[in-house]
Ligand binder design. Structure first.
Ligand code: ADP
Ligand code: MG
Length: 595
C-alpha cells in the first residue's frame, strides 16, 4: 500500500536492539521481558500489561530520547500486526460537501482536503496508511491544520466522526518534528537521565489527554499506540480502579504522551510520579463532561494549581459532540485566542442513525425489550442503556434468565469486570451489553447496530452520546428509546433532535412537547390542559385511533412502530426485519462524509 519508504528501513541495528534489551532485562528484577522479537526490532515483549484485560502480553516499543525524532525507528512486524490488524476497512469516503462547518476566531488556517495537504512527516503518514485511513473526516480536515498551526481549539463534531485522530495526528506529528526538547532537558537537569534515556522517578509528558472514563482513556491510549508506532514517543495511560504500582512502573519506562482520567492523574502528581511542567499539548476529550460539576475541580487542580504551563504557553484543545452554552463559557478560562469549530450543529446527531421513540409503560419495558431483541440480527451488537447500576444488574439477570448472552457495565463493577464485559461485548461473545451512563461517551465499538434506551436519560446531551455508540464512521445504526410519563423533561429537546435529523416524529411526542411548552409558559392554563389531555390520550392519538395502545404485547402488532410503515401498519417485528433492520442492514453503510 501507500507507505513506501517505510519498509526499506527495516535494516535497523540488531546490536542496538540487543543492548537495549539486555540493559532493560537487568534493570527489571522479575523480568517481564523475553527475547521474542523480530530481527530488526527495537523493543520488548511484555506480559500482563495493565489494561490488556488480564494476562495479555504486548509488544512495547523501546523509547530512545536521543537521535532524530522525525525519523521512523525500524519496523516490527509483530507489533504492526498487533496494532493494525483490527483497523477499519471499506469505509465509503465520497465527497463531503453539505455538512455546515463553522470555524470562528482570528486567522483561522485553511482546511485541508487530503492528508497529503499538510506536512505531518514520514511517521504519521506511514501510520495513517497502516490504519487504512484514505482521507480525513470532516472534523479532521479542519482540526488538523488548526492544531498544526499551534492554535487553541474548541471543536464540536458528531459522534463517531474521528475526533480522536483529529487531535492525536497533529500533536504527534508536532512532537516528532520538535523532538523531546525541554522535557528531556528538564529530566537531564534533575539528574534523572543517563545514556539518553529517561530516568525512573518523575516523568514529564509532552502531551496530556484527559478523558472522563477509564475505558475511554484506554481506547485513546490504543489509538495513540497506533500513531506512535515506529516513533520515539512512548504513550502511557493511567486510570482509577487498576493497580497503581503497575501503572507507576509503566510510567517509569518513559512517558511522552499521557492519557489519563483526572482522579488517577492527581494521585500520580501527588506521588511525584508525573510533572506537567513541560506539557505543551493539553487535550480535554468529551470536554463538556470534563468541565461539568463532577470533574471541574479536578481539572482546575491539574491545569491551574500545579506546574503546568499557562494557557497561551501550552496549547489547549477541547473536543466533544455536545457543548452546552454555559460550559462553553466556562471553557474559555482554559483557552487563549482559540478557534471555535463546529462541524454540523453543536449537539446534533448523525443522520446515519435511525431514531425511534416508542411509548412503553414502565411495567411493559421488559417484554417490549424481548420483542426487540428477538427481532435483532444475531451477528450484531445491541447496547441497552438503563438509568441506575441496580437497574443494570437486574436487567442483566433478567435477560440472562431469558437465555440471552449478555453482560453489563456500570460504576459498581470492578475495573477488571468492566474491561472484561467490554471485551466480551466487542468480540460478540456477549452481543448484548446492559450499561449505565459510563458507557455513553466516546466508546468506539464497531458493529453496534442497535442502541436501546430502556430508560431515557434526563438530559439531551446524554441522549446524543448514547445513541452515538452506533452509526459510526459512515455506518448505519438504529436507536430505540422507551418513553413514558417519566420522561417529560426531555420531550422538547428530543423532538428538536428528531426533527433536525429528519427522523419520523410520533405525533404523540409532538403533542406532548406542545403541552410541555405550554405548561412552562402558562402554568395556570396548562393545569387545565393536562387535565383534559393526559399523556395517555396522546398515546392513543398517536396510534391513529388504534386503541390497542403501545404498551401491551397484543397492542404492538397492531400499532406498528412508526417509521416508514406508519402507525397501525405492519407489526413491530416486521419493521425490524423486513424493513431491512435485521439482515442486510448490518452491512450497509451510507456515505456520511459525502453526498
Ligand atoms: P469520535 O471521537 O468522533 O466519536 P473516534 O475518534 O472514536 O470518533 O473515531 C471513530 C472511528 O473512526 C474509529 O474507529 C477510528 O479509527 C475511525 N476513523 C477515524 N478517522 C478515520 C479516517 N480518516 N478514515 C477512516 N476511519 C477513521
Ligand atoms: Mg471521541
Amino acid at each position: 500500500m501507500g507507505f513506501t519508504g517505510y519498509e526499506n528501513k527495516d535494516a535497523g541495528s540488531w546490536s542496538t536492539a540487543k543492548d537495549t534489551y539486555n540493559s532493560f532485562g537487568n534493570n527489571r528484577g522479575k523480568s517481564a521481558f523475553f527475547n521474542d522479537r523480530g530481527n530488526s526490532s527495537r523493543g520488548r515483549f511484555e506480559h500482563g500489561g495493565f489494561g490488556g484485560g488480564g494476562g495479555n502480553s504486548r509488544w512495547v516499543e523501546e523509547p530512545r530520547d536521543d537521535g532524530d525524532w522525525s525519523k521512523p525507528t525500524p519496523r516490527n512486524e509483530r507489533l504492526e500486526h498487533e496494532l493494525f490488524s483490527g483497523s477499519n476497512t471499506g469505509i465509503n469516503f465520497e465527497k463531503y460537501d453539505d455538512i455546515p462547518v463553522e470555524a470562528t476566531g482570528q486567522n483561522c488556517p485553511r482546511h485541508i482536503e487530503s492528508f497529503q495537504d499538510v506536512d505531518m512527516g514520514e511517521i504519521v503518514m506511514g501510520n495513517i496508511a497502516l490504519s487504512r485511513y484514505t482521507r480525513p473526516t470532516p472534523v479532521q480536515k479542519y482540526a488538523i491544520p488548526i492544531v498544526k498551526s499551534k492554535r487553541d481549539l474548541m471543536a464540536c463534531a458528531q459522534t463517531g466522526s474521528g475526533k480522536t485522530a483529529a487531535f492525536l495526528l497533529p500533536i504527534l506529528s508536532q512532537i516528532y518534528t520538535d523532538g523531546p526538547g525541554e522535557a528531556l532537558n528538564a529530566a537531564k537537569a534533575s539528574g534523572q537521565v543517563s545514556n539518553g534515556k529517561y530516568g525512573r522517578r518523575k516523568q514529564y509528558p509532552i502531551s496530556l489527554v484527559l478523558a472522563p472514563t477509564r475505558e475511554l482513556a484506554l481506547q485513546i491510549y490504543d489509538e495513540a499506540r497506533k500513531f506512535s508506532y515506529r516513533s520515539r514517543v512512548r504513550p502511557c495511560v493511567v486510570y482509577g480502579g487498576a493497580d497503581i504500582g503497575q501503572q507507576i512502573r509503566d510510567l517509569e519506562r518513559g512517558c511522552h504522551l499521557l492519557v489519563a482520567t483526572p482522579g488517577r492523574l492527581v494521585d500520580m502528581m501527588e506521588r511525584g510520579k508525573i510533572g506537567l511542567d513541560h506539557c505543551k499539548y493539553l487535550v480535554l476529550d468529551e470536554a463538556d463532561r470534563m468541565l461539568d460539576m463532577g470533574f471541574e475541580p479536578q481539572i482546575r487542580r491539574i491545569v491551574e494549581q500545579d506546574t503546568m504551563p499557562h494557557k497561551g504557553v501550552r496549547q489547549t484543545m477541547m473536543f466533544s459532540a455536545t457543548f452546552p452554552k454555559e460550559i462553553q463559557i466556562l471553557a474559555r478560562d482554559f483557552l487563549e485566542e482559540y478557534i471555535f469549530l463546529a462541524v454540523g450543529r453543536v449537539g446534533s446527531t448523525s443522520e446515519n442513525i435511525t431514531q425511534k421513540v416508542v411509548w412503553v409503560e414502565e411495567s411493559d419495558k421488559r417484554s417490549f425489550l424481548l420483542d426487540l431483541l428477538s427481532a435483532t440480527g444475531k451477528d450484531s451488537l445491541t447496547l441497552v442503556f438503563v438509568e441506575t447500576k441496580k437497574g443494570a444488574d437486574a436487567l442483566e439477570d433478567f435477560l440472562y434468565r431469558e437465555g440471552y448472552a449478555c453482560t453489563s457495565i456500570h460504576g459498581d463493577r470492578s475495573q477488571r469486570d468492566r474491561e472484561e464485559a467490554l471485551n466480551q461485548f466487542r468480540s460478540g461473545k456477549c452481543p448484548i451489553l446492559v450499561a449505565t451512563a459510563v458507557a455513553a461517551r466516546g466508546l468506539d465499538i464497531s458493529n453496534v447496530k442497535h442502541v436501546i434506551n430502556f430508560d431515557l436519560p434526563s438530559d439531551i446531551e446524554e441522549y446524543v452520546h448514547r445513541i452515538g455508540r452506533t452509526g459510526r464512521v459512515g455506518n448505519l445504526g438504529l436507536a430505540t428509546s422507551f418513553f413514558n410519563d417519566k420522561n417529560g423533561n426531555i420531550t422538547k429537546d428530543l423532538l428538536d433532535i428528531l426533527v433536525e435529523a429528519k427522523q419520523e416524529v410520533p405525533s404523540w411526542l409532538e403533542s406532548l412537547a406542545y403541552e410541555h411548552q405550554h405548561k412552562s409558559s402558562n402554568r395556570g392554563r396548562s393545569k387545565r390542559f393536562s387535565g383534559g389531555f393526559g399523556a395517555r390520550d396522546y398515546r392513543q392519538t398517536a396510534a391513529g385511533g388504534n386503541t390497542g395502545g403501545f404498551g401491551g404485547r397484543g397492542g404492538r402488532n397492531q400499532t406498528g412502530h412508526g417509521g416508514t410503515r406508519g402507525f397501525g401498519g405492519g407489526g413491530f417485528g416486521n419493521f425490524y426485519t423486513s424493513d431491512g433492520y435485521g439482515g442486510n442492514y448490518s452491512h450497509s453503510q451510507v456515505d456520511w462524509w459525502g453526498n
